[in-house]
Design a protein around this ligand. Structure first.
Ligand code: CMC
Length: 428
């Protein structure tokens, strides 16, 4: 029996529910037996007060602006780690020894190519298809090609499918881009790093050698680290929910990609840059701030606000710093950055944003960096999906290994008509 109990007075009776304590963070009232004992459900659209699972991967303290992966602060990982090392950490729980990291890198590198028939999938899409539409389709289709890693009850299958997904995602994303601009697909070059290889597959052409710019490679790798996982966000919860039925991992990742696409989630980086371009010059900022505050106007400041962070998003801080590094490395500037900095400052000094605790999130600055590197806005969310695949597979593996895992099946508050008799069409 848990030490702490929560009491519920309901229907003239008192019920006790155990209170579970995590390693840190808010306590959790265990209501699994609520319906059995009281006949009532809880009502929590959007899961604002609901912990849907146990997890040992990522911890966020939204009030303090803290994000930890397996205990390590995101700022330290972004500065000192690599995306591959962070992926290993998320998947395995500990930072790798040097030989373990080499092995992991080698394993991922071995899986970077796509089945040749998969290449032909791309030609079924219109050239102007959104890369996320292509990603949903191609990642879902992986389950039709890699039958030898879809038995989710076999840990070895789960491991191989996880490695395949992490390894193939850059190839899939880069090919989506190449297809959209009519250039030939670039095959992976396994002598490069995970991120260097992705840059080459995206921006290189078969006719010329491609030189990876180390500062850009490092910035891109850091962006991947910043997006690698974010506990039970909408797309991760989608992956878990899809996986809870026993669906294969490729199908689950396709579901995650579909969810990530939305402008309230991963699509916000694309929307944020479009918004900054629309604002154009700093003198127009006050007008847009007024619009964001107007309840009769659907406009929101994209890249601002977060369900969990009611303080600075630590990822946004690293992102802002990275913008400067990329500009310096490429010897470019972008007036949009100045607009973004001034918009941030004005919003943070505005009572509306202060009272609602709305701060820039990871998506506010990422688009500016990606744009400077050369990505079109439509690719932004695809890059988010590429990086978040690590979190999705780690969370999916954790869920499958959890003995308490059952199919996810929420209940509802029914508000439709109660039972009534069917009336034939000529009598209505
Ligand atoms: N601009 C103006 N007002 C806002 C904004 C914004 N960006 N975000 C929230 N608000 C207001 C909202 O109108 C509401 O006001 P009121 O209490 O008067 O009704 C209040 O702040 C709380 O907002 P909410 O929508 O109830 O909060 P939520 O936790 O359901 O939504 C959010 C979080 C991220 C969807 C929302 O802040 C938003 O739409 N932001 C813009 C989109 C965005 O940047 N999304 C990226 C999120 S981070 C990356 C990721 O995780 O994918």
């Amino acid at each position: 029996m848990a030490d702490k109990q929560a009491k519920l007075d309901f229907g003239g009776n008192t019920f006790d529910f155990p209170v579970l304590e995590g390693a840190t963070g808010p306590d959790v009232i265990d209501i699994r037996k609520l319906y059995g004992q009281t006949g009532a459900f809880t009502f929590d659209p959007g899961y604002k007060s609901t912990a849907s699972c146990e997890s040992a991967l990522t911890y966020i303290d939204g009030n303090e602006g803290v994000l930890l992966h397996r205990g390590y602060p995101i700022g330290q990982l972004a500065e000192h780690s690599s995306f591959m090392e962070t992926a290993y950490l998320l998947l395995n729980g500990e930072l790798p020894q040097a030989d373990e990291l080499t092995d992991f890198n080698d394993t991922i590198t071995r899986h970077t190519m796509l089945h040749d028939q998969l290449n032909k999938f791309y030609y079924g899409f219109r050239r102007d298809a959104h890369p996320m539409a292509i990603m949903c389709g191609v990642v879902g289709a992986l389950s039709a090609f890699y039958h030898d890693s879809t038995d989710i009850s076999d840990p070895e299958h789960r491991k191989i499918s996880s490695h395949r997904l992490i390894a193939k995602m850059p190839t899939i994303a880069a090919m989506a881009y190449k297809y959209s601009i009519g250039q030939p697909f670039m095959q992976p070059d396994n002598s490069l790093s995970y991120t260097g290889n992705f840059l080459r597959m995206t921006f290189g052409v078969p006719a010329e050698p491609y030189e990876v710019i180390p500062a850009v490679e490092r910035a891109m790798d850091r962006i991947f680290i910043l997006h690698a996982d974010h506990e039970q966000n909408a797309s991760t919860s989608t992956v878990r929910l899809a996986g809870s039925s026993g669906a294969n991992p490729f199908a689950c990742m396709a579901a995650g990609i579909a969810c990530l696409w939305g402008p309230a989630h991963g699509g916000a980086n694309e929307a944020a840059l479009n918004m900054l371009k629309e604002i154009g010059t700093p003198d127009r900022i006050p007008h847009y701030i007024e619009r964001a505050k107007d309840k009769n106007d659907p406009f929101r400041l994209m890249g601002f606000g977060h369900r969990v962070y009611k303080n600075h998003d630590p990822r946004a801080t690293v992102m802002q710093k990275t913008v400067r590094e990329v500009f310096e490395a490429l010897n470019v500037t972008d007036p949009v950055f100045e607009t973004a900095l001034q918009l941030e400052e004005m919003a943070l000094n505005d009572d509306y944003f202060k009272e609602k605790k709305l701060f820039p999130n990871v998506d506010f600055y990422s688009g500016i960096i990606l744009s400077a590197i050369g990505f079109p806005t439509t690719m932004f969310t695809a890059l988010f999906a590429l990086a978040r695949t690590v979190g999705w597979v780690a969370q999916w593996n954790e869920m499958i290994s959890d003995p308490a895992q059952v199919i996810g099946r929420p209940r509802q508050l029914y508000t439709g008509p109660t039972s009534r008799d069917y009336v034939p069409v000529n009598k209505r």
